[in-house]
Design a protein around this ligand. Structure first.
Ligand SMILES: [Zn+2]
Length: 257
């Protein structure tokens, strides 16, 4: 995704002014960065709502047929609310209702793959990632620090379970097709287009020792006990490509795909 430098610059200017108006200039950087995150979150809530309303105006409406076979009538603009990555977002969109069975439908919701009253796909993915790793109670506290709003235990549980069901369906599909040669070749072609990913282990690698300027073998389990007095472990080495290279040479990593 690319954004214009001009738009980013204008936004930055607005943020600086908002922080100054809140009297944050005398505070440490922590208060300022948290203030900026909260500002971005609130901008996101409003921007997503406005984006959806604009999109609703752009969508061409054909005559809608209800599942019961009757034509649906445009009734009114109805408010919808979704729980997004930025928090609760409200928007208004055109709504059609069937006079026969009273079923209602919104073209925008269908087009954008959203469901009023539900969590968006973007947030659902984050919730499921947290839900599979830690308890729901701990997860909601943990997520609040990242998202800056609270998600209930129930929502976290529901999205994690839904993710688990999707995963189960996906695996069932893989098992079903595992003997289908055409499907396997097609999948191989698709996977071939994806960028590679390297998984590695830090148990066997090399760390840069500043004092002696050499690369020494390092083990996660006994690094500190083997450190000679006066040798400083280089923290930056943990993020340099040299470490990744070292891990590969040492056979500690398991490349996949
Ligand atoms: Zn109907």
């Amino acid at each position: 995704m690319k954004f214009s430098t001009e738009a980013i610059s204008k936004m930055a200017e607005i943020m600086v002014s908002a922080m100054q108006q809140n009297g944050l200039e005398g505070e440490g950087v922590c208060a300022v960065e948290m203030g900026m995150r909260e500002f971005l979150r609130e901008v996101g809530v409003q921007a997503l709502g406005r984006y959806l309303e604009q999109k609703d105006e752009e969508i061409q409406e054909d005559e809608k047929m209800c599942v019961c076979g009757e034509a649906m009538n445009y009734l009114f603009q109805r408010k919808g609310t979704i729980l997004s990555i930025f928090g609760r977002v409200s928007y208004r969109r055109r709504y059609h209702v069937c006079e026969e069975c009273h079923a209602g439908v919104s073209s925008l919701d269908r087009h954008m793959r959203i469901e009023a009253g539900q969590v968006t796909a973007g947030l659902a993915e984050l919730l499921a990632l947290a839900g599979v790793e830690i308890s729901f109670e701990e997860g909601t506290r943990w997520l609040e620090r990242y998202l800056l709003f609270r998600v209930s235990d129930n929502t976290l549980r529901k999205e994690t379970e839904r993710f688990g069901e999707l995963q189960k369906d996906q695996e069932a599909e893989w098992i079903k097709n595992s003997q289908n040669e055409k499907w396997l070749q097609q999948r191989q072609r698709e996977l071939g287009k994806q960028p590679g990913r390297l998984y590695g282990s830090l148990d066997g690698g090399h760390l840069h020792l500043r004092a002696v300027q050499v690369w020494r073998p390092w083990s996660a389990s006994g690094a500190s006990s083997r450190t000679s007095p006066g040798i400083e472990w280089s923290r930056s080495a943990l993020t340099t490509p040299a470490l990744a290279g070292g891990a590969r040479e040492n056979g500690g990593g398991t490349p996949s795909e």
